[in-house]
Design a protein around this ligand. Structure first.
Ligand SMILES: *Cc1c(COP(=O)(O)O)cnc(C)c1O
Length: 345
């Protein structure tokens, strides 16, 4: 029998009495004089504390994503904040462990190290496929969290939702699916099965397809019980006022991430142009807004591109990515420049 996800939570977090802000204790009423929070009374545009629960923003995001408001956590330091909270909620330092694929997004490991949590890294299979059996075999009774980044960074490929569902069924712990690049992928978001899997956490971000990396706005979706734990553990005012207002303004006017079609089209064009070049050994399949490209001399090409004013990500020393550079898809003109530079290399 599978456990209730609340059984995976650290006991001190389950028992936590969260900090109560001045605005938490205020239950509504017709107030015109605000003397409860030691704010400056002089309007500067920024003198009042923001809504610690981000109610308006959650309503807008609920509408945008088709997910109930009580299943949403908003991180004001991007998805990275949600990743850290997952460790703090579920993993007892020095005792519990987490499991991830490798290669994958580096923050899962840094955050594990910060929280003194062992991260068990399971190599992707042939063609960067999801190693479902190996992932399940890596778990023991102290395994609380499994990280699945899909589409995966830096490999670029997305995993079939059926395979991720095997992990949700087979792993007695929380499965976190990081969907930072889902807008560029042909697969549907796992948000579709959030109701059916209380051990699922889905992460998304406004940093990539939505073009707002500077805002630092990350999202985590989970059961109401788990979302409530995120709300308890987060810093009280974790999303600042101007950021809340700016995002509300931007998503009020559109429901879809801009320019996704254009970027996907450019990804395909860039992939086929690069594939044809003699110094390119392999352009890995991508469902994201970047391409992992194996070249004949990655370090030399990296330096050469920098010498011509173009920076890409050198993944040559990442396990499983030997000889690879990661190219973010740019504008058509930027991609043209990359194509002609690689051609001349
Ligand atoms: C870019 C990225 C994120 C987004 O991080 P933010 O902190 O929200 O900017 C999350 N996960 C992966 C795998 C990423 O590549």
């Amino acid at each position: 029998m599978k456990k209730n996800p609340l059984d995976f939570v650290r006991p001190n977090i389950l028992a936590l009495e969260p900090y109560s802000t001045a605005r938490d204790e205020f239950k509504g009423g017709d107030i015109s004089v605000w003397l409860d929070a030691n704010e400056s009374p002089y309007p500067s545009g920024l003198n009042r504390y923001p809504d610690p629960h981000q109610k308006k923003l959650k309503q807008a995001i609920a509408r945008l994503k088709g997910v109930a408001e009580n299943r949403i956590f908003i991180g004001g330091a991007g998805s990275d904040e949600a990743i850290d909270l997952v460790y703090r909620i579920f993993c007892r330092p020095g005792v519990d462990n987490a499991i991830s694929i490798t290669p994958t997004y580096g923050v899962y490991e840094v955050s594990a190290d910060i929280n003194d949590v062992e991260l068990r890294k399971v190599a992707l299979g042939e063609g960067y496929s999801l190693p479902v059996d190996d992932l399940l075999a890596a778990a023991d009774r102290n395994s609380k969290v499994m990280w699945i980044c899909s589409p995966n960074n830096p490999t670029g490929n997305a995993f079939a939702p059926e395979d991720i569902i095997c992990l949700l069924d087979g792993f007695d712990g929380m499965v976190v699916v990081d969907e930072a690049y889902v807008d560029f992928s042909p697969y549907l978001s796992l948000l579709n099965v959030l109701d059916a899997y209380p051990n699922l956490i889905v992460m998304q971000t406004f940093s990539k397809a939505w073009g707002m990396a500077s805002l630092r706005m990350g999202l985590a979706f989970a059961s109401p019980e788990i979302s409530e734990l995120f709300a308890r553990v987060k810093y009280p005012y974790n999303v600042n006022g101007p950021t809340q207002e700016e995002l509300l303004r931007r998503i009020a006017s559109t429901d879809i991430a801009p320019e996704v079609g254009e970027i996907v089209g450019e990804r395909m064009r860039l992939a086929s142009a690069l594939s044809a070049m003699p110094k390119v050994r392999n352009v890995h399949h991508s469902d994201a807004n970047f391409l992992l490209v194996e070249v004949s001399d990655a370090d030399a090409m990296y330096d050469y591109l920098i010498g011509h004013g173009v920076i890409v990500r050198n993944r040559n020393r990442v396990n499983g990515c030997k000889g690879c550079l990661r190219f973010t898809v740019g504008t058509p003109a930027e991609n043209d420049k990359v194509i002609s530079l690689v051609e001349k290399f």
